[in-house]
Design a protein around this ligand. Structure first.
Ligand SMILES: C[S@@+](CC[C@H](N)C(=O)[O-])C[C@H]1O[C@@H](n2cnc3c(N)ncnc32)[C@H](O)[C@@H]1O
Length: 234
């Protein structure tokens, strides 16, 4: 290759700036960005009182405190309930539900979840009727409470992430309306200013009360809030 050819060569992919050296540099940059964000995550975890509190109390996730705080404010969990937990990994909410004296607790997640004594856990997708049926087999009657803390992996593309989140909330609402027993309650993570207009209208049509809540355990910088609907009309 002549010097001129070398200068013009666009690398193995044929794209401008994709020579081996630059690809390597980009990799290092990506690696640094990733290790910077891992470092930030670790620093945040170490400084977070809820992480320590959860560890000391034996909860698998600090998320357990979000449910406990929502319960303290709005009174969701009662002895003897049948509870469904959508998106239950690693199991913090399941642990709370069992500890609060539920009669039956079932949960589902795309990810594997270590067993929680007193809970029937299924690895599967809430979009898949067969997976949902396997989970519901753990209940002897309709649930009194449907919880959803489902969250999709973020892509970094705002619109895509927003649409994926809205789809999960709609999925959870649809599930609750299909399965809840009359008088039952629903609690779901929602993002960006609360439930969308359609979701809110649907909840208001099917439940007597609908409220939004941001529990203190939910990080101030996080766009997540929760919607709680009570008094399912059946
Ligand atoms: C924030 S975590 C839940 C934490 C849980 N509440 C706890 O206390 O341990 C959200 C979960 O939703 C799950 N998820 C997202 N989409 C799902 C789907 N379509 N079906 C089942 N689980 C889903 C993810 O795999 C993830 O584990």
């Amino acid at each position: 290759m002549t010097d001129e050819e070398k200068r013009r060569w666009k690398g193995p992919t044929g794209k401008e700036g994709s020579s081996g050296r630059q690809t390597g540099e980009r990799k290092i940059h990506a690696h640094r960005a990733k290790s910077d964000s891992s470092k930030k995550w670790l620093e945040r975890q170490l400084a977070d009182p809820y992480v320590r509190k959860a560890k000391d109390a034996g909860f698998r996730a600090r998320a357990a405190y979000k449910l406990l705080e929502i319960d303290t404010k709005l009174g969701l969990l009662k002895q003897g309930q049948r509870i469904v937990d959508l998106g239950c990994a690693p199991g913090g909410w399941l642990q709370v539900a069992v500890a609060k004296g539920a009669r039956e607790v079932v949960g589902i997640d795309l990810l594997p979840v270590d067993p929680v004594e007193g809970a029937h856990i299924v690895q599967g997708d809430v979009n898949e009727p067969a997976d949902v049926a396997r989970m519901m087999a753990g209940l002897t009657a309709k649930p009194d409470l449907v919880l959803s803390d489902m969250a999709a992996n973020t892509t970094g593309h705002r619109q895509t992430d927003h649409l994926r989140t809205v789809a999960l909330v709609e999925l959870a609402v649809g599930f609750a309306i299909e399965h809840l027993s009359p008088g039952g309650a629903f609690c779901s993570k929602v993002f960006q200013g609360g439930a969308t207009k359609d979701v809110l209208e649907s909840l208001k049509a099917h439940f007597t009360t609908v409220k939004h809540i941001k529990p203190p355990a939910s990080r101030a910088g996080s766009p997540e809030i929760f919607v709680v609907a009570k008094g399912f009309k059946g």
